[in-house]
Design a protein. Structure first.
Lengths: 150, 150
DNA sequence: CACGAGTTGCAAACGATTTGCAATTGGCGA
DNA sequence: TCGCCAATTGCAAATCGTTTGCAACTCGTG
């Protein structure tokens, strides 16, 4: 039920965005601080444009949002979602959080709910055994209409 | 193991692309015929540009491929895949075929293998029960490196 | 407090996809 | 079988999301 243990523990593997960024000799600039703030506040994954519009007016350029999000994704602080409508969406991943999570996405407001367990792993093993594929991973997303949107 | 029964049966719900198109007062034009031919020949999902390039030289315009694919998708003859690299991919769905299938996708050559069973349904029921979401569907894709690419 | 690597804004470039419009064509009815 | 008309196509331009080059700017360390 708790398939992935967080590999937290060592002192150097600390907690705040500041530290997480500096770990890679990256700067916690004003723009990045605001972007993180926006992402932490929202539970649903946001497009770059949405993030941009939610920033304190004109806080930074849209291109900066794109660049920051890309950086944050590489650092594993943000997860990317591609639902098939024109643009990608991004959601904050709390430190120590498991990047491998499945989600329940509201098709109306895009709000997402995390699904804690990963039962698919068992199915994945079966697929691997039958297919001769290597390095198999999977992606699982549930879609529906959340209570608020019904 | 065979979760979805095809609702074939009535005469009018026949088989060939020609019929499937005319059913909607759509025409089976030369371009569409060729596009279908290309899709049926390939097992992996193709991008619009790939389809265009596989057509008998200069058979039609790229815009026509886009428009045709869109039509075929609406008619349920083609399934759309969005893997997150810049462009969408499309694969042929044989008549009576279940559009609700999960796939194992080679991350190297994009070849796909269908996974016949849908064990996730059970998990889906659990998710529905816990979340109060309505009209829940899901998408499940496995990724890996196929034998030929290893 | 000054310096330099890392960032940002701006505008232009890019690739995927869509669209307007005039010319063309498939399919149905006469 | 022939002709008509709605459906379709080609072409080029427009859109949209995303990326990038470059000069100006800023965070964080020495």
């Amino acid at each position: 039920m708790q398939p992935v243990a967080s590999n937290r523990g060592s002192e150097s593997d600390a907690c705040c965005p500041h530290t997480r960024l500096r770990r890679e000799s990256k700067k916690l600039t004003g723009a990045r601080r605001e972007i993180l703030r926006v992402l932490e506040k929202e539970s649903r994954p946001l497009t770059n444009k949405e993030i941009f519009q939610l920033l304190p007016q004109g806080r930074c350029d849209l291109a900066t949002v794109y660049r920051s999000i890309q950086l944050l994704e590489e650092l594993g602080m943000v997860k990317k979602f591609v639902f098939g409508d024109g643009s990608a969406r991004f959601a904050f991943i709390s430190e120590g959080g498991d990047a491998h999570r499945h989600h329940l996405v509201c098709t109306s407001c895009q709000k997402i709910v995390e699904i804690g367990e990963c039962i698919v792993r068992e199915l994945e093993e079966r697929v691997v055994a039958r297919s001769n594929f290597k390095a198999v991973t999977h992606r699982l997303e549930f879609f529906g209409v959340c209570p608020a949107c019904q």
